[in-house]
Design a protein around this ligand. Structure first.
Ligand SMILES: Cc1cc2nc3c(=O)[nH]c(=O)nc-3n(C[C@H](O)[C@H](O)[C@H](O)COP(=O)(O)OP(=O)(O)OC[C@H]3O[C@@H](n4cnc5c(N)ncnc54)[C@H](O)[C@@H]3O)c2cc1C
Length: 546
């Protein structure tokens, strides 16, 4: 069998290696329009920031090394410019000479990825200091600028994970960084209140954050950036990180079916509308794992997984891709921010009813040095317990908790199963009740009718409309800040002061993170008084409103 692969990095290289492991006989040619194959895209920002100091470390495989190890014909500096489906050939163009030739295939695998979106902004063409980050040459250019010209000010347009990683790495190099994002938050995969923790941390690290701001023009050949609000920012360099678009042009021209965002439509075996052509990675539309709807989620795990599945399917294995959960994580200075599955924004768009719990336990046993607060949010179906998604922000243990919940989702577990996940425990790593267990308990309490909650965004209106909010923290805690209109009765005095609780009002209770509030709710419930607990307590409320 003769198999051609377009694109030699995540999806393409994974497919090539697996194909060879499955058969010594296939002729496999991998085309890559750039110089490098199988490089570490995800490591690029850290080379700019000199966290990764040796450039060679970014080159996971070389053309020679991989070619020999896997007996592949790797043709770098060669771009596929056309797919001729009738003839089952592709047209390849040598980048250096422009020389074109055709190459026949039995199977064709497309893994050309996605390119950074470059919007038409006034003045962008005249500016010589606008950078995007996708590959090694982009990285070299960006690093050279920082090394040689020592820019003082950078404007990063876009607060997604690549934008944030670039911002952090430039900051580490001493550059004064401003992030501009048209949304009201960075890191779209997490919800607004979780992003607030990231916003505060970015500002604490000296990054300027301009939200709900759009760039309207680039002035003075890139020395200034003008925003819709009229504000003007000085810039020695401008970094565009507003998202990516699939490199689907040759697929489109070949008449392959195209879906969301211009991404190639594939079936569960990654076959395009032409069964002898497969497509994987950032160029394809995927099924949302939770809802089964069409979506576009360009990430490295799916690309690698799909690359391998394609090789399996070509070799007659029952290889099925079940959809993408979108499990992702980013380091933002000292914080990690991670999520899996659907966030509230997606569920609202889909019109799916859901319930939320926030828990804020320690990352490991509080008495063991180094523990830090972990903000974990779980979103689920109150009727069935189905887990829709989770988000976590904190200094330690974020990856582990999101990975466990991602595994639980794919294993078909419900929130009722989360308390039963038996985790590895010793004080430096976790608590005997792990944060995932805690989130499971909190969700189980709601499902079993043991607890009713209200959310941070509801409580002000509730109090304004006459709801009675009882704050059960200590007076010392309350003195540091409390929700306007709340009444303080410390939890340990509650049983003795029940007669102070009004009988003619809707009752709500809060504490610092929701734990004592839940206990107070149980005490009140046991005395015939119904009450709802503020989920996440004053901690979560103050993250948003302080
Ligand atoms: C800076 C950065 C950081 C990232 N960090 C993360 C992260 O931390 N976690 C994560 O999950 N994902 C991350 N990603 C995304 C991840 O790298 C991609 O999802 C993944 O590489 C997609 O794999 P792919 O095979 O579809 O495309 P790519 O890995 O981009 O490979 C596509 C290759 O195809 C080549 N090509 C394109 N068209 C042609 C053609 N016509 N002919 C020949 N060759 C062609 C391109 O030159 C390119 O080298 C990051 C991406 C970037 C840019």
């Amino acid at each position: 069998m003769k198999i051609l692969i377009v694109g030699g990095v995540a999806g393409g290289a994974s497919a090539a290696a697996r194909l060879r492991r499955l058969s010594e006989k296939d002729e496999i040619i991998m085309f890559e329009k750039g110089e490098y194959i199988s490089f570490a895209n995800c490591g690029l920002p850290y080379y700019v920031g000199e966290i990764i100091q040796n450039r060679n470390k970014l080159l996971v495989q070389t053309v020679e090394g991989m070619g020999t190890r896997f007996n592949l014909d790797i043709r770098n500096w060669t771009e596929i410019v056309q797919i001729n489906r009738e003839a089952k050939t592709v047209t390849a163009r040598k980048v250096a000479t422009g020389e074109e030739y055709t190459e026949p295939y039995d199977k064709l695998i497309l893994s050309p990825g996605a390119s950074p979106i470059k919007p038409r902004i006034e003045g962008i063409e005249e500016a010589g200091n606008v950078y995007t980050l996708r590959n090694i040459p982009d990285t070299d250019r960006m690093k050279e600028k920082v090394d040689l010209e020592k820019p003082e000010k950078a404007v990063v347009i876009g607060g997604g994970f690549i934008g944030l990683e670039i911002a952090e790495n430039l900051r580490e190099r001493g550059v004064d960084v401003t992030i501009v994002d048209k949304s009201n938050q960075v890191m779209a995969p997490v919800d607004f209140e979780m992003a607030q923790i990231v916003h505060a941390h970015l500002r604490q690290k000296g990054v300027h954050l301009l939200l709900e701001e759009n760039v309207s023009a680039i002035l003075d050949e890139g020395k200034k950036v003008r925003l819709d609000s009229g504000k003007e920012l000085d810039a020695d360099m401008i970094l565009l990180a507003i998202g990516v678009k699939p490199e689907s042009m040759i697929a489109k021209e070949a008449g392959l079916e195209i879906g969301i965002n211009g991404a190639i439509k594939v079936n569960e075996h990654m076959q395009t509308s032409d069964p002898s052509i497969y497509a994987v990675g950032d160029v394809i539309e995927v099924k949302d794992y939770i809802h089964g709807t069409d979506t576009y989620i360009p990430l490295a795990w799916p690309a690698n997984r799909q690359g391998r599945l394609v090789a399996d399917h070509i070799h007659g294995k029952e290889a099925v891709y079940h959809g993408t959960l979108g499990t992702s994580i980013a380091k933002v200075f000292d914080l990690s921010v991670a999520s899996t599955g659907s966030n509230e924004k997606i569920l609202k768009r889909q019109g799916v009813p859901y319930e939320v719990v926030h828990v804020t336990p320690n990352s490991h046993a509080g008495y063991y040095p180094g523990a830090s607060q972990l903000n974990l949010k779980l979103i689920f179906d109150k009727e069935t317990g189905r887990i829709y998604g989770a988000q976590a922000v904190g200094k330690e243990g974020v990856d582990k908790r999101i990975d466990v919940i991602a595994t639980a989702i794919k294993g078909g577990m419900t929130v009722l199963d989360l308390p039963d996940i038996e985790i590895a425990y010793a004080p430096p790593y976790s608590s005997a009740k792990d944060p995932v267990n805690m989130a499971g308990y909190a969700a189980t309490n709601i499902m079993e009718g043991m607890a009713e909650t209200v959310q941070w965004h509801e409580i002000d209106e509730i109090v304004a409309n006459g709801g009675y909010l009882l704050d059960v923290r200590s007076p010392g805690e309350v003195a540091k800040g409390a929700i306007k209109g709340s009444v303080n009765i410390p939890i340990d005095e509650l049983r003795g002061r029940l007669d102070e609780i009004p009988k003619d009002k809707d009752l709500y209770v809060t504490c610092q993170v929701g734990m004592r509030g839940y206990l107070a709710a149980r005490i009140l419930e046991g005395n015939g008084i119904s009450v709802k607990n503020l989920d996440g307590g004053y901690h979560l409320y103050s993250i948003v409103y302080k």
